[in-house]
Design a protein around this ligand. Sequence first.
Ligand SMILES: *Cc1c(COP(=O)(O)O)cnc(C)c1O
Length: 460
Amino acid sequence: MGIEALRNLPAVHEIIPEIAGKLSGLTPSEIKEAARKGILWARQCVMDGGELPSADSVAEKCIHLGKVLARPAMERVINATGVVLHTAIGRASLPPAAAEAVSRVARGYSVLQWNRETGKRGNRDEHIEELIKELTGAEAATLANNNAGATLLVLSAMAAGKEVIVSRGQLVEIGGAFRIPDVMKQSGCIMVEVGCTNRTHLRDYENAITDQTAAILRVHPSNYLIKGFTSEVPLEDLVALGQKRDIPVIDDLGAGSLIPLSRFGIPSEPTIIHSIEAGADVVTCSGDKLIGGPQAGVILGRKEYLNRIKKHPLARALRVGKLTIAAIEASLRVFLEDDDYIAANHPVYHSFSRKPEELMERSGAIIASVALPSNCKMTVERMSSFVGSGSLPDFAIPSAGISIACPDPELLLKLLRLSSPAVAARVEEGAARFDLRAVAEAEDAELAVLIEKRLAELWA
Ligand SMILES: *Cc1c(COP(=O)(O)O)cnc(C)c1O
């Protein structure tokens, strides 16, 4: 055997009929590319001095390469980090009803911005405004691309060229590029800082009011915690001051929960309803944090301000598309139901409601199904989950999962990150740890197989 074996290499058109049946999801050009790559592989085997691989193994290689080729860049991830709203892997898993709504709207036309009474151009806020009013008691609402955009839009519409008073304790940076002072500057308003990092009093706000003051801004510090000798002015007091001096209060809630998390055994963050009831004039929050919907910024509050916000040129630049509207509508609808329904139909609240015992049982079942190399050990462990996305950064939710002691846990996690689907987990105390809180039950078997395969590749 030698180079002359290359004459027996199959041709692309010969391989395609053999592999096409096994690559049904691929386009014709992807199948052709898979065949071409498989032939190149066979050719290389010969060039490296080996034998020409059999027709079957060339076909098998082509099928494998085709599957790799067809993998979407937006690979699915099994979230075994224990962080339910993990920004790097896309925050919330949408309720199934929301995913269905997206799919339905994506496949055809919808009444997005079409008034069926008149046949003329309508209003895209219509689809979510009534629902948000019903859920929160707000007078009006609109959406922006995300909460960063919502904050920029609200400040631009309400305070460009004027002063906005904000506590030094709330000048936070949230996840990378979102910094309150930068957003305020970008909006064209003049930031008037009051108080100290740890303590701000009502009189600090009061003394800062001038005839140029356009708003008082309150920001939920989210991932930043001030402990010890601290004080913040309650929203109610800011509202009372604002009403006395005729200055609107803007509340950037961040996570923006629609229901008290205490109903799921987690300390409550301030809810959207609380902000509206306390009298905030405009409230902003994220659509993909505690609402558990798609990336969006929800803006709600008094009609007079919402009208101004909706008419601002940035509103057009930051508006959301039909997929987002469909997804947020369906996500919000879940909150019209009781807690049992929410826990069963909303993945974020389903994750919150899992008990450690239940997660231990699932961990035990996964461990029992995995064949382990002799130098690795798997155990069920108690762990700590977190809400994520800046909510309750110091509250550890009692959880459980699988701990794997192995020669190189970092390497194991790297191979799992590169798997399909990818697995996100953590290394703690020298072991690879897989918290099951945010892993869907339906993903358990898949997770077990991925772990077994990677362990076998590395250490069997
Ligand atoms: C998360 C957060 C934001 C940014 O929201 P995105 O939806 O990620 O753009 C802004 N403000 C606060 C207080 C937040 O917690």
